[in-house]
Design a protein around this ligand. Structure first.
Ligand SMILES: Cc1cc2nc3c(=O)[nH]c(=O)nc-3n(C[C@H](O)[C@H](O)[C@H](O)COP(=O)(O)OP(=O)(O)OC[C@H]3O[C@@H](n4cnc5c(N)ncnc54)[C@H](O)[C@@H]3O)c2cc1C
Length: 470
């Protein structure tokens, strides 16, 4: 009798370079399952649910309709499938977050109790966070030594595996696959579907398209949101439709052609590793300031300003463009994530948790490690963070990184006719220019909700309270 195994899909929604699935298939016949555990925290945001829904549908198709999708308690469901189908062994790829590690502990204890074998793998990180330590055997807190001394001097990342030799169990009456209704009745499908093509095959196409059209000039172009120099691979990486190893080695092969641009891209990919590394060594990263002095920061509670920031009506065009890009597409360019984050935290003095939650709900790439690390970085309270006193000036940022206004005008079409000179500061435009551009400020486009200079001074004063570590 051949071995019957479960491959438990998690954030590894692909067939290629999937170590757990690969090994499960080598060991015998496999039942591929996915469990949507209602108790997982934090609950998925609506854009993530949309992506997951379509990703599972694509995966099911590539498994000839044999993916078994369940909703409920993970341990109960695993035991139910094991007992019902006489499963000998369970295989899965780890998810590197504190909640999922806790879940692994529960699953492992249950399997051990029932004498069921199991194997776990790493399919989402190139370097095991536990194996990269500094000379004092402590975790790195600064990116450059983490990457250069830690990762690059450790053994090279695993070379990607090919497709597994799929042998699925079809001699047992496994119930037909049930799709998860994660999308519901809304127009997300129409809008997001026009921006994204979900699934493993599309992840590979996205990577190839980026290498052909975007990698050249990545080092500089990645900061300009109207250029096509970023990969937009983040949601594919988050859901595991492509592995970082596949991305790493594909880009490495093009290193001769793209030199410094390829190196820069690989180091950005390593920032993702760094976020997971921080989450591994500092599991409270999503909630707590890594620098404890920020626990005493005098945040403001101003719902009106928060709602205006969320809706992209702050009166600062580059900030509003970023927030509207997020609502429209489920994505925001990294330069904009920094600008809108700095504006929320520093100009509005609103706690980074509010930004974290909004992003979590609206980003297709919403990711517990990258989102938490990104917000801590911009707030200045994280490891290797931007210093708090570095307050992004949204006018200068707009002029520098969107010089012809192409990006801003895409998302703020009401400012379409405003000359570039005033695009990022329309309240300073002379009345005749506003008239010629067909804009009534306060009606067609809002007046600024805060004064830049005053709010910057207020932020720096607030920072004075915590300058000394308490
Ligand atoms: C406040 C804030 C919140 C963020 N939230 C998330 C999030 O929830 N999910 C997420 O994936 N990224 C997040 N980031 C990081 C970064 O903005 C995105 O990874 C990047 O914009 C994704 O676009 P891309 O794939 O086109 O990037 P590219 O420039 O093409 O980079 C390739 C890949 O490298 C990784 N990467 C690039 N920059 C970073 C970075 N600064 N930190 C970590 N990994 C990086 C990503 O996996 C990305 O897909 C956040 C950044 C900030 C400042």
């Amino acid at each position: 009798m051949t071995t019957r195994s479960i491959h438990w899909f998690r954030e590894d929604l692909r067939l290629s370079d999937n170590p757990s699935l690969f090994e499960a298939c080598k060991s015998g016949h496999v039942i591929p399952i996915y469990i949507h555990d209602n108790c997982s925290t934090p609950e998925l945001g609506k854009v993530s649910r949309w992506w997951l829904h379509h990703s599972l549908a694509k995966l099911d198709k590539s498994l000839d309709g044999k993916l078994r999708i369940f909703t409920g308690d993970t341990t109960d469901i695993l035991m139910q499938v094991i007992t019902q189908y006489g499963v000998h062994k369970v295989f899965w790829n780890k998810v590197y977050s504190p909640e999922q590690f806790d879940l692994d502990v529960q699953v492992i204890s249950l399997l051990s109790e029932k004498n069921i074998l199991y194997e776990t793998y790493n399919a989402s990180l190139m370097w095991e966070p536990s194996q990269i330590l500094n000379q004092s055997d402590l975790p790195y807190k600064v990116f450059t030594p983490f990457f250069k001394k830690g990762c690059l001097s450790a053994p090279e990342p695993r070379y990607p595996l090919g497709l597994p030799d799929l042998k699925m169990i079809d001699d047992v009456p496994v119930p037909p696959s049930k799709s998860l209704d994660l999308v519901g009745e809304n127009d997300l499908n129409r809008t997001l579907g026009s921006y994204w093509s979900v699934g493993e095959d599309n992840a590979v196409s996205q990577l190839n398209m980026f290498i052909t059209r975007g990698l050249d000039n990545y080092k500089i172009g990645r900061d300009f949101p109207s250029l096509f120099n970023v990969s937009k691979l983040s949601p594919y990486l988050h859901f595991g439709e492509i592995s970082p190893n596949q991305v790493w080695y594909t880009v490495l092969k093009s290193n001769k052609e793209f030199g410094m641009d390829a190196d820069k891209f690989l180091s950005e990919l390593a920032w993702r590793e760094f976020s997971y590394y921080l989450l591994y060594h500092f599991p409270s990263l999503p909630q707590e300031n890594l620098q404890s002095r920020f626990n005493y920061f005098p945040w403001e509670s101003n719902t009106e300003n928060l709602v205006k920031w969320q809706a992209g009506i702050t009166g600062y065009p580059i900030v509003d463009a970023g927030m509207r890009e997020l609502m429209e597409t489920g994505y925001m360019h990294n330069r904009l994530r920094m600008i809108v984050g700095s504006f929320l935290i520093k100009n509005l003095l609103i706690h980074w948790h509010h930004g974290r939650d909004w992003f979590w709900n609206h980003l297709a790439d919403a990711d517990i490690a990258n989102n938490s690390a990104g917000w801590q970085w911009i707030a200045g309270c994280g490891a290797d963070a931007a210093p708090f006193f570095r307050v992004f000036n949204p006018i200068l940022q707009g002029k520098k990184f969107d010089p012809d206004g192409a990006y801003t005008k895409t998302y703020i079409p009401e400012l379409q006719n405003l000359p570039a000179e005033y695009l990022f500061n329309p309240w300073e435009a002379p009345q005749n220019i506003l008239d010629q551009s067909g804009i009534i400020l306060g009606k067609d486009y809002p007046l600024p909700i805060v004064d830049l200079k005053m709010s910057r001074i207020r932020a720096l004063k607030a920072f004075d309270h915590i300058k000394i570590d308490k």
